[in-house]
Design a binder for this molecule. Structure first.
Ligand SMILES: *[C@@H]1O[C@H](CO)[C@@H](O)[C@H](O)[C@H]1NC(C)=O
Length: 286
């Protein structure tokens, strides 16, 4: 407790305290967008919760757009019986020929594993799904989910462990890469029991509602913020931030291989039935 007399003597201290109180990373960077009271910002702007009940799900959107960035968020997923629910957390440029980087967490019955579904859309085309189980229970604690998006590629990481790498193969293999459309960050919690859990076999148990997912510690402090007024981003591909030129090093590659060997449950790059004409070029590039 700071006494009033000290604050009176040091008006700048009041300003500093006010600034600290307002500096909730969630509050500063996101707006609830749908679901009304179901999207809540708590703890001085440090925590956001989304909830889902029979009436509606809910969602939020970033205030800013980004064109490249290293973006971290901590999520704690719907606990207990979350079957039928989907917690989506993604970057998207929206609209025609959009680019998108997707993480979707498919809920499950208590004790059965969540599925982390990932996808990358470029120029409106996705069909690049990879799915994983996690090596921990994502409902017990917050874990950090990161997107590193730079001109070299896109790396998805969980608690610092890379799980997926989408390389920029635009020049060498003609695979479009997201490089010119700024993206918003979105999240939503919704009912997808038509397909989410065991392909739609397990339905949402509404007696367990409301379902709640939580978010905190958003960090895009060094990401490139897009200004639609000037059509420029706050950094350029030649910018100095170290993450701008970061790729997977040998240690990262080894850890990603460990995840993919032990926890990957679907990979479009090995789905020969789906691509009888041949796998997409990014799958076969050396
Ligand atoms: C739910 O659990 C079942 C049984 O372990 C598993 O087959 C499935 O992949 C899990 N996840 C989803 C989203 O269905």
């Amino acid at each position: 407790m700071i006494s009033r007399s000290i604050l009176a003597c040091y008006p700048f201290a009041v300003l500093l305290l006010a600034a600290a109180a307002a500096a909730g990373s969630i509050d500063e960077n996101f707006n609830p967008t749908w679901g009304g009271y179901r999207a809540k910002i708590l703890n001085n702007g440090e925590l956001l919760t989304l909830s889902l009940d029979r009436g509606s799900g809910s969602g939020f959107q970033s205030k800013k757009q980004y064109l490249y960035g290293k973006i971290d968020m901590q999520l704690k997923l719907v606990p207990g019986n979350s079957a039928g629910t989907v917690t989506a957390y993604y970057l998207s440029s929206v609209g025609y020929a959009h680019d998108e980087i997707d993480l979707e967490f498919l809920g499950n019955l208590s004790g059965d594993p969540y599925v982390l579904h990932t996808n990358v859309f470029t120029q409106g085309k996705g069909n690049r799904e990879q799915q994983f189980y996690l090596w921990f229970d994502p409902t017990l604690d917050f874990h950090t989910y990161s997107i590193l998006w730079n001109p070299q590629g896109i790396i998805f990481s969980v608690d610092g462990t890379p799980i997926r790498h989408f390389r920029n193969l635009e020049r060498t293999h003609g695979v479009p890469f997201p490089k010119s459309q700024p993206m918003w960050i979105y999240s939503s919690l919704w009912n997808a029991d038509q397909w989410a859990t065991r392909g739609g076999l397990v339905k949402t148990d509404w007696s367990k509602a409301p379902f709640i997912a939580s978010y905190r510690k958003f960090d895009a402090s060094s990401a490139c913020v897009w200004s639609s007024y000037t059509s420029t981003s706050s950094c350029t591909p030649s910018g100095r931030a170290p993450w701008m030129s970061q790729t997977l090093d040998m240690a990262g590659l080894q850890r990603m291989r460990w995840v993919q060997k032990n926890y990957m449950i679907y990979n479009y790059c090995t789905d020969y039935h789906r691509f009888p004409q041949g796998l997409p070029p990014e799958c076969t590039a050396a």
